[in-house]
Design a protein around this ligand. Structure first.
Ligand code: AMP
Length: 215
């Protein structure tokens, strides 16, 4: 199964990706997570990406495409992939088309999560992540049992430095401007499946699954 999941920050991409991966057992490739991992490991790639991420801007295509290509060439992607947060620009979409055709795994479906700004702002500012296992919480909608401690692994929770309303506004504008072309690109191939991400978590996943079972 070769699929993409798209949607603005806070639309539930991370949560839905975990459910898809759990059901279909394909590797989850999140470019945001890859950049954050590089930042915490202090790599050159991480240092470069951080400059853009801290401003809510996209990391340049050349860097991002190279990172994804390297990842897709790994053995675990022979059974497919779930790409999350990539492609975000037309150049990335075209590069992905070429890479995935070369490895014999062309994109089969694009899950597009849709949601309005106020709901996003509420989700984003309350979002907390686990330092240890990347579990996702929300201070109101999905709090951990003990404040700031992960239920799964007991590690400390943290708030992403770009999870503020100000950064969200920049990120949404950037997201919409750049992904418009990506969505048009995949729509012209008949691959885009819109899902209403304002619904309850299970309903969102059921809608996604309707598209996936057809693959
Ligand atoms: P995310 O975790 O998907 O919200 O991504 C966090 C940040 O990582 C974004 O705001 C960008 O700065 C950067 N990033 C993630 N994916 C990409 C991509 N495909 N192209 C460029 N920058 C990206």
């Amino acid at each position: 199964m070769n699929i993409l999941i798209m949607g603005p920050a806070g639309s539930g991409k991370g949560t839905m990706s975990a459910k898809i991966v759990d059901k279909y057992q394909i590797p989850h490739i999140s470019t945001g997570d890859m950049f954050r991992e590089n930042i915490s490991n202090g790599t050159f790639l991480g240092l470069t990406a951080k400059k853009y991420m801290d401003q809510g801007l996209l990391v340049p295509d050349e860097i991002t495409i190279q990172m994804v290509e390297k990842r897709l060439l790994k053995a675990d992607c022979r059974i497919g992939y779930l790409l999350d947060g990539f492609p975000r620009t037309l150049a990335q979409a075209k590069a992905l088309d070429e890479i995935t055709k070369n490895i014999g795994r062309p994109v089969e479906s694009v899950i597009n999560l849709t949601i309005d700004f106020d709901q996003l702002a509420q989700r984003i500012t309350g979002r907390r992540l686990c330092k240890g296992c990347d579990s996702i919480y929300h201070i109101k909608n999905n709090p951990s049992k003990v404040s700031n401690i992960c239920d799964v692994c007991g590690s400390q929770l943290y708030q992403r430095s770009d999870d503020t309303v100000e950064q969200l506004t920049v990120r949404i504008e950037e997201y919409e401007r750049s992904t418009k072309l990506v969505l048009e690109y995949f729509s012209s191939e008949g691959l885009v499946f819109d899902v209403n991400a304002s619904q309850a978590m299970n309903d969102v996943f059921n809608d996604i699954d309707k598209a996936l079972v057809k693959i």
